[in-house]
Design a protein around this ligand. Sequence first.
Ligand code: S3P
Length: 169
Amino acid sequence: MNKNIILIGFMGVGKGTIARALVKQSDYFAIDTDDLIQSLENKKVKEIFDTYGEPYFRDLEKKCALWCEKNVVKSIISTGGGFYKQPNIKEIGTVIYLKSTFENIIQGLKDAPNSAKKFKKRPLLNDLVEAEKLYNQRVKEYETIADITVDVSDFNEEKAVNNILKAIK
Ligand code: S3P
């Protein structure tokens, strides 16, 4: 494997966790678009949304996507759930969609040890009715944009990593 790998998918599906597991199987590094944006602004994503609003955050995602395309190599890039909309995403690397059902994602977040924190840091998960609508809007788009779709609804991290490695060989 040589190209960057970009993990897309809905909030809480486990993009960061799977990115960190994937780098253990290679000499790649893991980076996360939300982390890059947070360090650029010196603010958490929630603070950016609260202070400047969502459109400002989306502009930062665009800047991040353009920077990744020009500067990032040999990396597993986990992304925020809306990053898949960046028009240059395919120029950054191979796009892998981590797919799960809305119910499983929310259940996984509820069962996590630091569950309250995981909900609190995600402004678009404040209202679960709205979040489900967003999921339903995005689910087809994720699949359409992706080069590869990997089902992670069973929370089996090892299986997901093996499936990704097999798919990108
Ligand atoms: C968002 C997902 C979040 C973060 C922001 C917006 C989205 O990242 O980028 O709150 O639009 O789905 P995670 O997918 O890591 O939660």
